[in-house]
Design a protein around this ligand. Structure first.
Ligand code: ATP
Ligand code: MG
Length: 315
């Protein structure tokens, strides 16, 4: 089974404005859509859409629980969430204008998770996790949630011998590296926080990480990605598409990559599917949607090149 964990859940409110979005002006709403927020939920949605059974774990607030559960149901995300009493699941407002000049995100901080609920999550994971399972930790930590608490979660996965995939940032990502999880996918900013670029090329930084972590993906938005596995580095060039909203591209990348790994696909197949599914997502307005048929049609348009020697040169 694949378990995703969303510690800091969110409801995405996607607001599309008429015309161009401008400061110091009244921008009129054209459409409003509610969608799943929280990276773990996004990964669950991707997995389900690709036919991979999975269960979303984590926390939700009691005060708007019904709204969150309706969205989860509509998106066919199977879940076993722990309810935090008197708390509101935060909203992430995604602003996107008619001209689609990229999206702007304004996000709430989320609610504090009680000690009791953290302990509940730990016992739930201890009961559920088995050696053949995948544990996916994605997204930010709730306010006041400590690295020690995150360490406890990763530790349960380690003890069970599960495959642990982390899409985290900052100190949480540093901890995942220290604990030698199985998969990480820093984006450009996250990679720079993890290993500053001074002197070291991206290739050398990925190779250093790959000594501890079996699958390291550095994602670079429309520039594609680098993937390191067993000391080999692949440079991946995505298809050219018309960008509508790139928020959530990373989550679709992670979900489709892990869906392939869980099916024991070859690494290049996992890279290819992750690249085309995330590219398809970028052509959609909301933060989760992608189209598998459209994605598969883009398979011939991507480039995956194994880098040789010590040179960083790519073509
Ligand atoms: P998020 O946190 O919003 O989910 P991210 O910053 O973690 O995103 P990115 O590096 O932006 O992730 O994107 C992940 C992958 O999605 C890229 O490696 C690339 O394959 C694909 N992608 C993103 N933007 C584009 C684009 N404009 N065109 C084609 N592919 C894209
Ligand atoms: Mg990301």
């Amino acid at each position: 089974m694949i378990y995703t964990v969303t510690l800091n859940p969110a409801i995405d409110r996607l607001i599309q404005t008429n015309g161009l979005l401008m400061k110091k002006r009244t921008n009129r709403v054209k459409t409003i859509e509610y969608d799943l927020g929280g990276k773990g939920f996004h990964v669950s949605y991707t997995l389900s859409k690709l036919g991979m059974e999975n269960i979303a774990l984590g926390f939700i607030g009691s005060e708007n629980q019904q709204q969150m559960e309706e969205i989860l149901q509509e998106k066919k995300v199977t879940h076993q969430l722990i309810v935090e009493k008197y708390a509101f699941t935060r909203e992430c407002i995604v602003l996107i204008d008619e001209e689609s000049q990229g999206s702007t995100m304004v996000t709430g901080n989320g609610f504090q998770v009680s000690r009791d609920n953290h302990e509940k999550l730990i016992s739930q994971l201890k009961k559920l996790l088995q050696q053949d399972d995948m544990l996916v930790l994605a997204g930010s930590l709730p306010p006041n949630y400590t690295l020690k608490q995150l360490e406890e979660i990763i530790d349960v996965g380690k003890v069970a011998g599960s495959f642990i995939a982390c899409d985290l940032s900052g100190d949480a990502l540093k901890l995942a590296v220290k604990m030698q999880v199985n998969f990480i996918k820093p984006n450009q900013f996250e990679l720079e926080e993890l290993l500053p670029p001074e002197k070291n090329s991206i290739k050398n930084r990925l190779l250093a990480l790959n000594e501890k972590i079996p699958y390291v993906v550095a994602s670079l938005g429309k520039e594609g990605s680098y993937v390191a596995h067993t000391g080999e580095i692949y440079r991946v060039i995505p298809p050219m598409i018309r960008e509508v909203n790139d928020t959530g591209a990373g989550d679709v990348f992670v979900g489709s990559f892990l869906a392939q790994l869980a099916q024991k696909a070859k690494l290049e197949t996992a890279i290819a599917y992750a690249t085309v599914c995330s590219a398809s997502k970028v052509t959609k307005r909301n933060c989760t949607d992608f189209d598998l048929m459209q994605a598969e049609q883009m398979l011939p348009m991507i480039k995956i090149k194994k880098l040789e020697g010590k040179s960083d040169a790519i073509s």
